[in-house]
Design a protein. Structure first.
Length: 494
């Protein structure tokens, strides 16, 4: 059997093997090189899996040659391949950035620990995405979460420990709810295979254990994806984590949690008609709109750019869930494409904020006065990403919001179009706060003249800014993949 047939297993195994090796071979640059190699191999495998799915359809890989549903299955369909590319792509860009970034934020003796936790987090996120086994989702979720707590705690600010502790408490509650939900589903179906579970639930839908499982999974996954009002862990986690950690988490962790929600809602519960028999759409719509408006309003009053854009992430998650709540092919397409586009945009923003910290010594609005004159390209990159958050044509964010507007019109929700536009105007306000202090205030005289920024940090940041524009102009990959993934998910809803 050729190596290409084992790519689904290698997708998880390679970064998993790299984790202990970074501890054993902790001298010099070896941990960095091992983590970098693992991330780039993961990206290459993700791209190859995307091509294989595009050419041959869904891939089913049986672990240990035990056929599903008896054995553990790794399953790669269009949605899986799309999310794998996002996660591995962000890791492949974050690691070159991290080499210079953590030199200023993490003590040298802890660098090997950073790389160990990073590849473990990558392993967990890739495993969550690719596994076709419900209990394995929980196992990989815990791998990614436990490593994330350590990554956040590595921040140089004392509040990093508090942020990690808050995330640990809420993350543990979310994980407990998820495993209870999975246990109830196993009780009613006798299987942990996600595809098989969806088929068997059709015979027991409407029973109390199934409804309880739906409730536990919804709350638990919503905690992980920071859906308003279950988002309390996110602002501090993003604000006080090392810059590269904040960028990687903002681009991937919440997006993988959205993927899990989509997978359970449509692949598992789809046959139970939860969208027609229960008020799930109305509930999700209300929470999405609340997040879009409340989190955007809070972002306006933040005095630190990291916290500002952290609350912006909560608002953007509202847009993602809004598409899901519409229950249409166009709405799901908007959800999936915004999952990707926002990941790219927010990853770029937090990488750029790491450069801002290096340039002016912090990310408070008071320190970035005149940044447009001190570092014009750095400011321009943040403005471009801000325009994407607003949804200006020519950026990735516009594509997402355009499909949200189309979905609202197709379902006859004219009032929703007005609300989407109004919430985007709030984004204009908080992005303008950066523009105002950066371009209309004089540079601080107590700061030294800017020194050249490390190319290892500049190049990944620039590539993501370029990607933010590119995916706003060429949608063949994003929209094409999202539409096919949406159609596949809706096949499970009968």
């Amino acid at each position: 059997m050729s190596l290409s047939a084992h790519l689904p297993a290698l997708q998880v195994v390679l970064p998993l093997i790299a984790a202990p090796l970074t501890v054993l071979l902790r001298r010099g640059q070896l941990p960095y090189l091992l983590a970098l190699t693992a991330s780039w191999l993961a990206l290459a495998i993700s791209l190859q899996l995307w091509v294989q799915v595009d050419q041959g359809g869904t891939i089913s890989y049986a672990i240990g040659k035990w056929p599903p549903p008896w054995g553990i299955e790794y399953r790669v369909d269009r949605l899986t391949a799309f999310v794998l590319v996002l996660v591995s792509g962000m890791a492949a860009l974050a690691l070159p950035y991290s080499r210079d970034s953590i030199a200023h934020e993490i003590p040298h003796e802890q660098h090997y620990l950073f790389y160990t936790m990073f590849v473990l987090c990558l392993t967990g996120l890739l495993g969550i995405t690719i596994t076709g086994d419900a209990f394995n989702v929980f196992v990989f979720l815990e791998i990614s979460s436990l490593s994330t707590y350590v990554l956040i705690a590595l921040g140089k600010h004392r509040r990093s420990l508090l942020a990690a502790y808050q995330y640990l408490i809420l993350g543990t509650i979310g994980a407990t709810f998820i495993v209870i939900g999975i246990g109830l589903l196993y009780l009613m179906t006798g299987t942990l295979n996600i595809a098989d579970m969806g088929r068997r639930l059709a015979d027991v839908h409407g029973t109390r254990p199934v409804l309880a499982a739906l409730a536990f999974l919804t709350v638990g996954i919503s905690l992980k994806l920071a859906l308003f009002p279950l988002h309390q862990w996110l602002p501090n986690a993003y604000a006080y984590a090392p810059s590269v950690v904040a960028a990687f988490l903002a681009a991937t962790a919440t997006k993988v949690a959205v993927y899990v929600l989509l997978r359970f809602y449509f692949s598992v519960f789809g046959a139970t008609q939860i969208f027609t028999e229960l008020p799930m759409q109305e509930m999700m719509l209300l929470l999405a709109l609340s997040g879009m408006f409340v989190a955007s309003a809070i972002a306006i009053f933040q005095s630190d750019l990291k916290r500002l854009f952290a609350y912006s992430s909560v608002a953007q998650i509202g847009y993602i869930i809004l598409g899901l709540s519409l229950g249409s092919a166009t709405g799901l397409t908007a959800t999936i494409v915004h999952l990707f586009n926002h990941g790219v945009t927010k990853g770029a923003i937090f990488l750029l904020l790491g450069l801002v910290t290096l340039s002016v010594g912090g990310t408070s609005l008071a320190r970035v006065h005149g940044l447009g004159k001190r570092s014009p390209l750095l400011s321009l990159g943040l403005v471009i990403c801000g325009l994407s958050l607003i949804g200006v044509p020519g950026t990735a964010g516009f594509i997402s919001k355009w499909y949200l507007l189309l979905a609202a019109l197709q379902t006859g929700h004219w009032w929703l179009v007005a609300l989407i536009v109004m919430s985007s105007l709030l984004a204009v306000v908080y992005v303008w706060r950066f523009v105002e202090v950066s371009y209309f205030r004089e540079p601080r005289k107590d700061l030294a003249d800017p020194s050249p920024l490390p190319l290892g940090m500049v190049i990944p940041s620039a590539l993501l800014v370029i990607a933010t524009v590119y995916f706003g102009l060429d949608t063949s990959f994003t929209i094409g993949s999202a539409q096919q993934a949406a159609e596949l998910l809706l096949e499970g809803v009968r």
